[in-house]
Design a binder for this molecule. Structure first.
Ligand SMILES: Cc1cc2nc3c(=O)[nH]c(=O)nc-3n(C[C@H](O)[C@H](O)[C@H](O)COP(=O)(O)OP(=O)(O)OC[C@H]3O[C@@H](n4cnc5c(N)ncnc54)[C@H](O)[C@@H]3O)c2cc1C
Length: 491
């Protein structure tokens, strides 16, 4: 279904048609094509005649052939005897090169987005892997269901969410996305199809959750949704000053479903590591359950490189901190601004200009989490390299099911940097080394800079995982981090 898109700061597209049909209890066959069921648009974005694919950070930029998949049986037939390497991709919301393949074939799944089955008794939804979480929400919320785990944008696909085993604000109580995916189908380039779950092909199940698209194409998957009675979230925001106060709050509110903090990583001295600790729970008071409106704002152009600098970022961070004037604020909030504040402005990544942005995201285990976080935040503040968005969060100890999953119990920090030649990558190199020193790891979904030795230390299972890789599938990320000579480094 084509989606009408017009450019401009207040441009919006026509609202797509909501999924009107779904089958309850429809038997699932791993080979038969599903019925054609419409869903809402994956994301309000242009669908150019010549598809171009870039990751969210818009760095690195690589040419690739983009082949849209429409049916579950398209793969591997679309490769049509080609010996070029390929990679399944979703909506390109990964920041670096985990969803890129230089000069290869990208198999874009967003046309393969049908709902297959929904069981309101169990909350288990079955859908093709190219469905976006926005589409799932449009279907689920009016029926009183919500995602079990959601990232900070709803414009990611089900397949992409599994392949990066994404995490949300509820990691401490819910674990990561894969923990809520009971079963999926994996298709390999030799045409073999496997049903994967904890009991069927469990090794393939574990390799594919967090498997970065390298083990095969996930054609459909089940997702266990959670019930809600309202769109509203009981929200509370609490100011904190420093990591000790953050840790105290984390301890105090460990039973709250969603917790996340914004931390000012530009300030030093008495304002060092100040932030806002944000708590949320789905409201238990029944309220309206309607789908979300379309986002109306679009960041209209690539901002000039000088727009982001230490002064503008410090100002932004100070305004954000003082926006919450009181040390403590309690309110009832719609789930959109709570979970997806950045989705309000489409293409906000253009704010970083044509060069793009890189994200740095680590998880450091509790043993060294506090000292590691203080040291890394100090290094970032000292560098003066602008960063608007720094997210600080505790990961809980529910084990991820993926062999290569990123989350581990401890502290997680995520922040964006603009790309400044000669400055950004040396800083990322230092921060990566510090992460290593404190026993942590970086997140492939957000990475454009980790070196092969760093990756191989962060993920000691990588060689076992490599045995599950489909010989036809690879990514620019994988080529970079498994290249022991460093020759393919993009730094
Ligand atoms: C604003 C913003 C906020 C974010 N917040 C979070 C967050 O809070 N937590 C978090 O964990 N992540 C977060 N992310 C990252 C994002 O959730 C992940 O990168 C996600 O995997 C992107 O999904 P996608 O559909 O865009 O997939 P892509 O980025 O296109 O691809 C991601 C990976 O999935 C693989 N893949 C895609 N489809 C399939 C398939 N059908 N079969 C097999 N492999 C497949 C690709 O090969 C690739 O390796 C955020 C990103 C943005 C832009």
């Amino acid at each position: 279904m084509p989606f009408v898109f017009s450019r401009g700061i207040f441009s919006t597209g026509k609202r797509p048609i909501l999924a009107t049909r779904y089958s309850i209890g429809m038997p699932l066959s791993s080979t038969a094509e599903p019925e054609v069921l419409t869903t809402t648009a994956a994301t309000p974005e242009p669908n150019p005649a010549t598809p171009r694919f870039e990751s969210w950070g818009r760095y690195p930029k690589y040419g690739a052939k983009v082949v849209p998949l429409t049916w579950r049986s398209d793969f591997p037939a679309v490769l049509d005897g080609s010996h070029d390497s390929a990679l399944p991709v979703g909506l390109g919301r990964s920041y670096g090169d985990v969803c890129l393949l230089k000069d290869g074939t990208l198999l874009q799944t967003t046309g393969m987005n049908r709902l297959i089955d929904f069981n309101p008794e169990t909350g288990i939804l079955t859908a093709e892997s190219g469905i976006s979480l926005a589409q799932v929400l449009d279907f689920a919320v009016p029926r009183g269901f919500f995602l079990p785990v959601t990232p900070g944008t709803k414009y990611v696909t089900l397949g992409g969410a599994i392949a990066n085993d994404i995490h949300g604000k509820n990691h401490e109580v819910a674990g990561s996305f894969g923990n809520h995916v009971p079963r999926f189908e994996l298709v390999r380039s030799d045409g073999t199809r496997r049903l994967c779950s904890r009991t069927e092909n469990p090794d393939w199940y574990s390799a594919t959750i967090g498997g970065m698209g390298l083990t095969g194409l996930i054609t459909w998957a089940q997702l266990r949704l959670r019930p809600i009675v309202s769109r509203n979230i009981d929200y509370e925001g609490i100011q904190f000053h420093g990591i000790d106060e953050f840790l105290d709050l984390k301890q105090q509110y460990s039973n709250v479903e969603y917790t996340v903090s914004w931390v000012d990583c530009a300030s030093t001295g008495k304002n060092f590591a100040r932030g806002i600790f944000m708590l949320g729970q789905h409201s238990s008071i029944p309220g309206e359950l309607k789908p979300s409106p379309e986002p109306k704002l679009v960041f209209p152009f690539d901002a000039p490189g000088f727009a982001l600098n230490h002064t503008t970022v410090s100002l932004f961070n100070s305004v954000f901190f003082h926006k919450q004037m009181k040390p403590r604020v309690k309110t009832l909030q719609d789930y959109e601004p709570f979970f997806y504040p950045l989705d309000k402005v489409l293409h906000w990544n253009r704010m970083y200009g044509k060069r793009g942005l890189v994200q740095f995201q680590y998880a450091i285990p509790w043993e060294h989490a506090k000292e590691g976080t203080i040291a890394i935040l100090s290094e970032i503040a000292k560098s003066g390299l602008a960063s608007f968005l720094a997210v600080l969060k505790a990961f809980g100890d529910i084990p991820s099911l993926g062999m290569m999953s990123f989350p581990q119990a401890g502290i997680m920090l995520a922040l964006d940097f603009p790309i400044k030649p000669g400055v950004t990558f040396p800083l990322l190199q230092r921060l990566g080394d510090m992460t290593l020193e404190y026993g942590g790891r970086l997140y492939p979904a957000k990475d454009a800079a980790m070196t092969a030795p760093q990756f191989q230390t962060f993920y000691p299972e990588w060689q076992r995982f490599a045995r599950f890789r489909d010989p036809m599938l690879t990514s620019s990320f994988w080529e970079r981090v498994t290249d022991s000579t460093g020759a393919k480094s993009i730094l």
